[in-house]
Design a protein around this ligand. Structure first.
Ligand SMILES: Nc1nc2c(ncn2[C@@H]2O[C@H](COP(=O)(O)OP(=O)(O)OP(=O)(O)O)[C@@H](O)[C@H]2O)c(=O)[nH]1
Ligand SMILES: [Mg+2]
Length: 203
């Protein structure tokens, strides 16, 4: 798959603000600062389609992007950002649950983790949540440029073990070097094609 068109649609904090249904969506979840917005920019080849910042907590809303007039990528706000109040983290929870549990067009959520670190308790919790709702299956390990070739496979196996990935796909990417995009795009293509077969089955 090649992304030839990418545009911001809208930001939302509640369902009445979501764009109309009927278009398949693939969302990005992960800790604040892990590189969700950077991955979106990398995949689309657009440097500043989504706002990126070195200070965590940049993305505070659910952001919808039109890709190729074919599907949407949904950039979700990150978790694990230390400087949030209890009420902010509760409203984050409501916003995420509102989307993840009710969005009919949501095909899968790609979970992002930092390749260098063992996934946190919150990463594990998020992935279990996604698994419970049938939204898991693809993990992207970000910032692959920060580890050497030798370390990479070790890091990936720590992630694999901690998140209890069985047949799930894990893809290292580097937004800095621009590596890993082909595999992410083909995983996305697989999701979109799989969805078509599901739909055909239901006819
Ligand atoms: N070296 C390196 N830095 C990266 C990579 N991906 C993201 N970053 C940096 O990590 C920081 C956070 O990236 P974002 O894309 O804003 O992270 P996010 O997950 O969208 O964060 P929130 O919006 O806070 O949830 C930025 O300074 C990026 O430049 C990568 O692959 N390699
Ligand atoms: Mg972001």
């Amino acid at each position: 798959m090649k992304i030839v068109k990418a545009e911001f649609i809208t930001s939302a904090v509640k369902s009445s603000q979501y764009p109309p249904e009927g278009v398949p969506e693939i969302a990005f979840a992960g800790r604040s600062n892990v590189g969700k917005s950077s991955l979106l920019n990398l995949l689309t080849g657009r440097k500043s389609l989504a706002k990126v910042s070195s200070s965590p907590g940049k993305t505070r809303t659910i952001n919808f992007f039109n890709i190729n007039d074919e599907f949407r990528i949904v950039d979700l706000p990150g978790y694990g950002y230390a400087r949030v109040s209890r009420s902010q983290s509760e409203s984050w929870g409501r916003m995420m649950e509102g989307y993840l549990e009710n969005r009919r067009d949501l095909l899968k959520v790609i979970q992002l983790v930092d390749v260098r670190h063992q996934p946190s308790a919150q990463d594990v919790q998020m992935y279990e949540y996604l698994r419970y709702y049938g939204l898991s299956g693809i993990v992207v390990a970000t910032k692959a440029d920060k580890v050497s070739g030798n370390e990479l496979s070790k890091c990936l196996s720590v992630i694999r073990k901690t998140l209890q990935l069985d047949d799930d796909i894990i893809i290292p990417v580097s937004a800095l070097k621009g590596t890993g995009t082909d595999r992410v795009l083909s995983a996305m293509e697989g999701l979109l094609q799989g969805q078509e077969t599901e739909r055909e089955k239901n006819v």
